[in-house]
Design a protein around this ligand. Structure first.
Ligand code: ATP
Ligand code: MG
Length: 277
């Protein structure tokens, strides 16, 4: 049985993606090969505009059947081709902004996906259980405008968990938050991951956040993105905030920084020489 046949597994084989641009195509991802094990926590780091969001959208099936997006290669998520129908409940996507409906309360926002897809065979979780888990129960009847930014992102995370997807794809979900709020959410996410073992694909620009959360980090080149390096993070688990000051943690961060610099310097040098990478 190949890895792609396990629930929670993600497999990309020779994946390239381009967007229609004028008369031609803008190449965004080129020949990506990677495999993510069920329950693994993998972060993705790459320069702005290199194609990270596009990669997550591709994995969640958002580009299926679109004539303005050209995809080649193969993507398997939970063992199924990512272009197959009804991907959305098995793989959840969380964005940098919470995208809550302002006229609906917290609990009503959580119930929205269920109202939109009435004939779904999957049963949603009890929203109050998830809200309790994320420390939001007492705010269930609040409107988004009356919540802090961190609380709004917690609600977005709660909404993501309503169908307990085996795979969570998260696109800089805490990037707009202050450091302390971000650390709190990082800890909550790790606790949830420890309890439920979803596969997580996490895009971030913070090397420290990537090291703190991940089993493995994929370092992407500039657009069109390819994988420059994969870094295994050997910092012991469970991880606490204090570990950020240990030699192991700092070394991991240093190694990652060096690789990222190498990847991006190499790309710049290539550009100067007019080399098409
Ligand atoms: N729907 C689209 N149509 C055309 N071009 C697009 C589309 N979506 C993204 N792009 C282009 O694809 C490239 C990659 O965009 P993407 O949003 O994936 O980058 P990113 O790595 O997530 O960047 P950031 O770190 O700033 O979020 C950009 O040049 C962007 O303009
Ligand atoms: Mg992005």
């Amino acid at each position: 049985m190949s890895q792609s046949e396990f629930p929670g597994a993600v497999l990309a084989k020779g994946v390239s993606l381009a967007f229609s641009e004028g008369q031609g195509w803008l190449s965004v991802l080129t020949d990506l090969d990677f495999a993510v094990r069920p329950g693994e926590f993998v972060s993705i780091i790459g320069p702005s505009g290199c194609g990270k969001t596009s990669l997550l959208k591709l994995l969640t099936g958002l580009y299926s059947h679109r004539s303005d997006v050209r995809v080649s290669g193969e993507v398997f998520v939970n063992g199924a081709s990512s272009t197959s129908a009804r991907m959305s409940r098995q793989i959840g996507l969380m964005f940098q902004s919470p995208l809550l409906l302002p006229w609906r309360t917290v609990i009503q926002n959580l119930l929205l996906p269920n109202e939109l897809i009435q004939d779904s065979p999957e049963t949603p979780q009890d929203p109050t259980v998830i809200l309790e888990q994320l420390g939001l129960l007492q705010f269930q009847d609040y409107f988004p405008a009356n919540l802090s930014g961190g609380m709004q992102q917690r609600v977005a995370l709660a909404r993501l968990l309503m169908y307990r997807p085996r795979i969570l794809t998260m696109d800089e979900p805490f990037g707009a938050l202050d450091e302390q709020t971000r650390e709190g959410l990082n800890q909550d996410l790790l606790e949830l991951w420890r309890q439920e073992s979803p596969t997580v694909l996490f895009v971030t620009h913070s090397l420290q956040e990537a090291v703190f959360l991940s089993d493995r980090i994929l370092v992407l080149t500039d657009r069109p993105a390819s994988i420059y390096a994969e870094v295994q993070v050997s910092v012991t688990r469970p991880r606490s905030l204090d570990q950020k000051f240990t030699v192991d943690f700092l070394n991991a961060q240093k190694e990652l920084r060096a690789l990222v610099k190498e990847a991006w310097d190499e790309q710049d040098a290539g550009r100067e020489k007019g080399v098409d990478r």
